[in-house]
Design a binder for this molecule. Structure first.
Ligand SMILES: [Zn+2]
Length: 276
């Protein structure tokens, strides 16, 4: 493999094969190790696998895809890789122009790998893709410590991502997507960039809003125990009308550094005035 200039970079949770600049590549696997801790903290630990070995993802990050094809590292039946693809504990992705978005896409695909390993993971596409986007949206500090599920605060630090702009433009053209529109599966294929932007926005809203975040988290904890719709109803039935009232406020007000705490609406049940 070495003669084809594909090199291997490995950490506990990721074995990465790539032909990109080694100085960039070597920093990637440790990020997936940190993500693994974040996934376990959020979804709960994975059951031990049959071999009793540690969970490790294999990733292929490709600048020149033909090198990987010649080395037979891309299955022939894999659908065309536009940005990234995953299958079981493996993913394939094309190299990206921006450092931020390269890491983002890697984390998106790696989150899919983890989530599909959860027992009987079944869920709607908005949740599966939205959660991959949620965990992929990250910040790295100077020491290399990664924070996941962040609200992007500044456009330049999230180069190549663009989800907020996509939602803003779509709202300007068509208005905010309704509950039904945003949770509906795409009619054809796996969805457009704008669909991913909306799925991220919905998961980010549910994950951050003070009234919904604990409920939303419970769904992540109990995935696979019951059909997703049953879980969702269990944790959201009594707040559905507030939820879908507040959602369009978020969707129309979305911006870098959006403050969920400050934007939360205080709903009060009407108390009849007691006269003297
Ligand atoms: Zn995806």
């Amino acid at each position: 493999m070495a003669q084809l200039d594909i090199r291997k970079f490995e950490s506990k949770r990721l074995r990465l094969y790539t032909d990109i600049d080694p100085a960039i590549a070597e920093r990637l696997p440790p990020i997936v190790d940190q993500a693994y801790e974040a996934w376990e903290a959020y979804f709960g630990p994975l059951p031990p696998n049959r071999e009793g070995s540690e969970y490790q993802i294999t990733g292929y990050l490709m600048k020149d895809e033909s090198l990987f094809e010649r080395a037979k590292l891309v299955p022939k039946d894999l659908p065309k890789i536009e940005h990234g693809r995953h299958r079981g504990a493996r993913f394939w992705m094309n190299d990206q122009k921006y450092d931020y978005y390269r890491r983002h896409l890697m984390l998106h695909e790696a989150t899919h790998c983890f989530m599909t390993t959860l027992p009987e993971m079944r869920g709607p596409v908005w949740y599966f893709e939205g959660m991959a986007e949620l965990f992929a949206t990250h910040r790295v500090d100077a020491s290399g410590r990664v924070t996941f599920r962040v609200m992007p605060h500044e456009k330049s630090r999230f180069a190549g991502w663009g989800r907020i702009s996509l939602v803003q433009k779509d709202v300007a053209k068509h208005g905010p997507r309704s509950a039904d529109q945003v949770t509906r599966a795409p009619r054809i294929g796996s969805g457009q960039a704008v669909d991913y932007a909306w799925w991220w926005a919905l998961c980010k809203f549910l994950d951050s809003h003070p009234r919904y975040r604990d409920r939303f988290r419970q769904i992540g904890r109990h995935l696979g125990e019951e059909p997703f719709e049953v879980l969702f109803r269990r944790y959201f039935d009594d707040v559905l009308s507030e939820l879908w009232t507040e959602w369009p406020l978020f969707a129309t007000g979305i911006e870098y550094g959006y403050d969920f705490q400050r934007a939360a609406v205080a709903f009060r049940t009407g108390t009849p005035l007691v006269g003297p």
